[in-house]
Design a protein around this ligand. Structure first.
Ligand code: URA
Length: 229
């Protein structure tokens, strides 16, 4: 099989499920390459490119967002736009080095609606989330993070179940087979949307407090000899 090529060879067909695209012996590099031609749902028609996860292969911490935004779609990298800058600030304040974190999304293409000349974020639906899921499952299986954090309701509900409520359960660690420590917090873009400077500051402080709990788990796992973050 060609490096990163799909099992059956050739260009993927629209609607072809991801398991058929996965290399026999996946690595992050070959899976990223396979994902670049994914047509498992219709979002490939709108997005500029697949935005695959990024970060060290053995990162102790994985952050999972919803889907790339406008800036990410153009750059081909997750969390490099306004929400990404806020995430960077939160991580820094919590004492977590982003360079040691694997950052990815539940959905790998930007879903958007035109509004004038702008491309406005549109929420991915259940079918798009489910079509894209094998990429995320493969990333989790390859990176094997000690701590996995869902950013926002879309990621939390996709990974922790529909009954998970970020508003009530943020910062709680829940039992999961995905990683030894799994939790969720808000999506950084919700902080950008908060009305007024005071509300934004308060939301940012809560976000940092959630990330500090993550930093404590990471420090604990370093002491017990696990992970590289
Ligand atoms: N929002 C997300 O959920 N992911 C990104 O990569 C950027 C913005």
């Amino acid at each position: 099989m060609p490096r990163g090529g799909k099992r059956g060879g050739g260009e993927p067909k629209p609607g072809e499920p991801i398991p058929d695209l996965l290399p026999d012996h996946p690595t992050l590099e070959t899976v990223r390459e396979a994902a670049s031609t994914c047509k498992a749902c219709d979002l490939y028609k709108r997005g500029t490119q697949t935005v695959f996860g990024e970060g060290p292969r053995k990162a102790a911490l994985m952050l999972v967002g919803e889907q790339p935004g406008d800036a990410e779609d153009l750059a081909g990298q997750p969390f490099v736009g306004p929400a990404g800058r806020l995430l960077d600030r939160g991580l820094e304040e919590a004492g977590i080095d982003r360079g040691l974190v694997y950052v990815t999304n539940v959905v790998k293409h930007f879903k958007w609606e035109p509004r004038g000349k702008r491309r406005i974020h549109a929420k991915p639906n259940a079918a798009e989330i489910s079509a894209c899921r094998p990429w995320l499952e493969t990333e989790i299986a390859l990176v094997k993070p000690r701590v996995l954090v869902c950013l926002g309701a879309t990621a939390a509900q996709a990974l922790l179940g529909k009954s998970f409520k970020v508003s009530r359960q943020r910062g709680e660690f829940v039992a999961s087979t995905m990683a030894p420590f799994v939790t969720a917090t808000v999506h950084p873009s919700s902080i950008l949307r908060a009305q007024g400077e005071d509300a934004r500051r308060a939301e940012m402080a809560r976000f940092i407090a959630d990330l500090k709990k993550v930093a404590v788990q990471l420090a604990g796992s370093r002491r017990s000899g696990g992970g590289s973050s």
